[in-house]
Design a protein around this ligand. Structure first.
Ligand code: GDP
Ligand code: GDP
Length: 455
């Protein structure tokens, strides 16, 4: 096998984090000049490494930093762009002793968009050094950081194993990867293309009427599309921000005509639509008020982690609008506490009055669903929250909660670290979730907090 056909592993990161040192470690010869002065090594270094029996082509991007544009970030990016483009795996290094710098964060967000597999490395973590930075590194959204020391050779065997696991299968080398998907099969990154929207609700809530109204307003075309299941028809709307794809609309029409088992069916049908959607519009017949089934669908939306807008339809037929709205909002607030502050839009799909407010509300909640909070901001709030309301005693001892970081968006998901954190009572977790939602303005989206015990 020539070097050209080997899987390509690229070492990237800002100057001085230890890229060259790591390169030497993996290649096993002292090929690169290592120095304390940033940007001293000048040439792009390549070498072959043998990792768990697999030969790989290793590229060190240190030294490419000088030729490039004048900001540090610009240099990092320019130096890495061509290398990353051809990478089967990027080893993104940070310095665990200095912590995450703005340049690291910037580069990480660019790297996430490159759609290449990334292994995050917290270097200079010999002994127990750098544990905090390693935790902090979760916030980069590049998965679990691997703490190691290139200079002292600690963690290198683990690293080799991790790399070997992430390489494409030998026969499929050089193939492009699909978008990154997490363990639950959810996309971690905002995919290119239209926002995916589902309109769901009980039979006769007015979903078809709403769809026709939206289509009439937007003068859009519907039609079968390749790659979709036989009876699913893609409908695309346009608003001032681009395209919105409606999912599972064919199923919706068909089911609405079935007379039997309507109640049960509308929930199971909702599950399908939900899974395909990013944002869900839950249509409720305002003349009937909130039905148990609406709540069931609402809970489903939260369980599946989707963003939600509640549409109170048939507003034209509602007599006392103030009282109706208050009654419905109260019921939702009490029974759907998981999704506090969901945006509620009132309209009449029949006359079209108010329907123009729906898509802007969808866009807004979509942005929130995708949002990320910086680790600094998050932990400033977290310290405050702990002070205002101490964590409870469990078995007579107070839980020590240390640190929080956002690991994922879509929906916003946070990891909470602390001694015995996994024993945190639900009530306190709810306190944190509600605080997060309020402070960082995340109404209408599920907010997840996962607990991680540390020693
Ligand atoms: P590069 O600019 O990213 O290629 O970084 P270098 O490999 O040139 O390393 C920069 C500095 O960090 C050098 O002084 C190295 O000796 C030091 N260094 C590299 N790895 C480690 C490590 O694991 N622990 C410590 N403490 N220092 C390291
Ligand atoms: P679906 O089963 O959710 O798709 O509901 P449809 O769109 O078929 O509507 C069910 C019934 O409600 C039809 O008779 C519609 O004309 C009526 N409807 C839908 N939207 C409105 C509305 O905004 N106001 C009123 N008064 N009736 C509506």
């Amino acid at each position: 096998m020539t070097s050209e056909n080997l899987p390509v592993v690229v070492i990237a990161g800002r100057p001085n984090v230890g890229k060259s040192t790591l390169f030497n470690r993996l290649v096993g010869r002292r090929q690169a000049i290592v120095s304390d002065m940033p940007g001293v090594t000048r040439d792009r270094k390549e070498g072959e490494a043998l990792l768990r029996g697999r030969r790989v082509r290793l590229i060190d991007t240190a030294g490419l930093e000088e030729a490039a544009p004048d900001t540090l970030y610009g240099r990092m990016r320019a130096s890495s762009e061509s290398a990353v483009a051809m990478a089967d795996l990027v080893l993104f290094c940070i310095d665990a002793r200095s912590g995450i710098t703005p340049a690291d964060a910037h580069f990480a967000s660019w790297l996430r968009r490159q759609n290449r597999p990334v292994l995050l490395i917290a270097n200079k973590a010999e002994g127990q050094a750098g544990t905090n930075a390693a935790l902090e590194a979760y916030s980069l959204g590049l998965g679990t950081p691997l703490a190691l020391s290139a200079e002292h050779g600690e963690g290198i065997a683990d690293l080799m194993g991790e790399i070997a696991e992430r390489l494409p299968p030998a026969e499929k080398q050089r193939r492009r990867e699909a978008p990154k998907v997490d363990a639950e099969g959810e996309e971690e990154e905002r995919p290119a293309g239209p926002l995916r929207l589902a309109i769901i609700g009980r039979p006769n809530a007015g979903k078809s009427t709403l769809l026709n109204c939206l289509l009439g307003e937007e003068r859009m075309i519907t039609g079968p599309e390749a790659g979709l299941t036989r009876d699913s028809i893609a409908v695309t709307l346009h608003d001032d921000q681009g395209e919105i794809r409606l999912v599972d609309t064919a199923g919706m029409r068909k089911r609405a005509r079935v007379e039997e088992h309507l109640e049960r069916m509308s929930v199971s049908a909702s599950i399908e639509a939900l899974k395909m959607a990013e944002v869900v519009v839950l249509v409720i017949d305002a003349t009937l008020g909130v039905h148990e089934q609406d709540l069931q669908i609402g809970r489903l939306i939260e369980r599946e982690g989707r963003a939600c807008v509640i549409a109170l339809n048939k507003w034209d037929a509602v007599e006392d609008r103030n009282a109706t709205k208050k009654a419905i909002l109260d019921r939702l607030e009490i029974s759907l506490a998981q999704v506090r502050g969901i945006p509620v839009v009132t309209f009449s799909a029949l006359t079209g009055a108010g329907v123009h407010r729906l898509l802007p509300a969808v866009r807004e909640v979509y942005e929130i669903w995708n949002s990320r909070i910086s680790t600094g901001e998050l932990n400033r709030w977290f310290e405050d929250a702990l002070e205002r309301h101490q964590p409870p005693l469990v078995d007579g001892r107070r839980l020590k909660l240390r640190y929080m970081t956002q690991v994922k968006a879509r929906p916003p998901t946070f990891l909470l670290f602390g001694t015995r954190a996994e024993q945190l009572p639900d009530s306190y977790k709810r306190y944190l979730v509600n605080g997060l939602r309020e402070t960082f303005h995340m109404p209408g989206v599920p907010v997840r907090v996962q607990l991680r015990g540390t020693k």
